[in-house]
Design a protein around this ligand. Structure first.
Ligand code: GDP
Ligand code: MG
Length: 166
């Protein structure tokens, strides 16, 4: 099994940290400047029966200039071409306008969308279920998986669930 996985989420939710954890090296940090690197292959992760090609898709945020609309659309087009979309949010910080902007754009995406709730090491376990219920109302996510990209908690489980979609 192999497939392309697009990673989206507002800045600082932990996308690069996740990539680094999975790929085992600091190759995900290429540019944190918004809208400079679009749809870049971040790395290929191979396990026994599966190969994951991760694509960073940083263009999905409210455009600051005229070219921005085009870039947002270009990123959305990418999402419709991958096998799986991984939308990462921050468990600690709570839901923000940036998250809502992305969710609005995701309404038109046909591919399976995973919600990955990152930084669970920073919240009390009791806060997790309400958070999951909250996000279930927002979009029809195929899967909702809480992880800690920093300490690796539940990351292998996430990869296994992903594998079942490839
Ligand atoms: P990106 O902008 O989405 O690529 O986010 P980064 O991967 O650069 O992470 C932003 C900050 O959040 C960094 O300081 C990371 O160390 C921190 N971070 C990422 N994942 C986790 C996590 O699971 N737990 C905690 N506590 N911090 C995290
Ligand atoms: Mg990053």
């Amino acid at each position: 099994r192999s497939g392309f996985i697009a990673i989206i989420g507002r800045p600082n939710v932990g996308k690069s940290t996740f990539m680094n954890h999975v790929l085992g090296q600091k190759i995900a940090i290429m540019s944190d400047k918004p809208q400079t690197t679009r749809n870049k292959i971040q790395g290929v992760f191979t396990k026994e029966n599966a190969q994951f090609v991760f694509i960073d898709t940083p263009g999905i945020h409210k455009p600051k200039h005229k070219l921005g609309d085009f870039m947002v659309q270009s990123s959305i087009n990418t999402l419709n071409e991958v096998d799986l979309v991984m939308f990462m949010v921050n468990a600690k910080e709570g839901f923000g306008k940036g998250d809502q902007f992305i969710i609005d754009k995701l309404q038109n995406v046909k591919q399976p969308i995973f919600l990955v709730i990152n930084k669970i090491d920073e919240v009390h376990p009791d806060e997790l279920l309400p958070l999951i219920s909250f996000y279930k109302e927002k979009l029809n996510f195929k899967e909702i998986v809480p992880i800690s990209a920093l300490n690796g908690n539940n990351v292998n489980h996430l990869l296994e669930v992903m594998e079942s979609y490839l």
